[in-house]
Design a protein around this ligand. Sequence first.
Ligand SMILES: Nc1ncnc2c1ncn2[C@@H]1O[C@H](COP(=O)(O)OP(=O)(O)O)[C@@H](O)[C@H]1O
Ligand SMILES: [Mg+2]
Length: 327
Amino acid sequence: MSKLLLPEIKEALALIKEGEIIQANEAFRRLFHLERLPVSFAKLFENLPEDFGLFETCAKRPDGTHFEAEVVFLPFENSLQQLLVRDVSERRATEKMWLQAERLTAMGKLAGEIAHEINNPLGGILLYANLLREDLPAESSLLTHVDKIIKLATRCRIIAKALLNFGHPEDSLEEWVNLNQVLREMFSLIEDHRLFREVHINWELEKGLPFVQGNRSQLEQLVLNLIINAGEAMQGRGNLFFRTKFDPKEEMIILEIEDTGPGIPPEIQDKIFDPFFTTKTGGKGTGLGLAICHGIVKRHRGEIEFESHPGRTLFRVKLPKIHLENE
Ligand SMILES: Nc1ncnc2c1ncn2[C@@H]1O[C@H](COP(=O)(O)OP(=O)(O)O)[C@@H](O)[C@H]1O
Ligand SMILES: [Mg+2]
């Protein structure tokens, strides 16, 4: 076969004759981990093109691995066919992540609007329930019912308030925030809670950590939500790690909160940031903690991710370092 058949091109390129790949450039061999030719064209792709043109499919390597591929299939001289293949797995994964982020932002916005609508009537319910309570004689058997209304309506108010906090786009993001200090202060607020009494705390805070650029009260809420989740997961026993460090390459401050709780089961891992997703029964969870964290981190142009397996869960937040005018 003439050498001229494969032009100098960086993309993975191959020639097909009667269903066999008879020539492939270096990029093609590398992409498919091919050791020798010819190989059957049909074996490399999940779906074969019915016509010439561009198509997307799953590409299968002879060694059993696969990737998402974009393929251009064209006629060539002497009734050969030409095949150009590109691995788009990474691009697809990024697109998926963006879609997920967009969905969460939209859900967060909607939740905030609903909370706004619910807040006023809820105030009314509480007001009238309290009036009723005052008017009932102390020995009335209806008192317990009224107390229940007040208790449940108060709970709704707390949820609505958390939802309203979602938005706050008007908050300034220009403060200089010392994340080490935020961590220490937020933990001191709850350390006496029974959830943390038998938990061993490991402080691994980097000295001289640069300031984060952002909104202090939002960052406090972020840290608090993550600490509470860790505490609830460990159910009062275990090891909790607070870690901060600076990544000079990305100019990001990294915060890690790690617990030795049961971990997040794989089947719910892509739902935990959704508003109202909770595994805590009996009214113990609102499912808003992580959705709020996600909103706060996005507003700060940061990132939030987690790693989890039984016995260990780590939430990692990356936040941008303060940007100085004269830098
Ligand atoms: N540190 C953790 N360990 C195990 N599971 C966790 C952890 N943090 C969050 N989760 C899971 O994610 C779910 C959602 O968390 P969150 O949004 O804070 O809502 P809530 O705490 O009200 O349930 C929790 O119900 C729990 O199943
Ligand atoms: Mg929570």
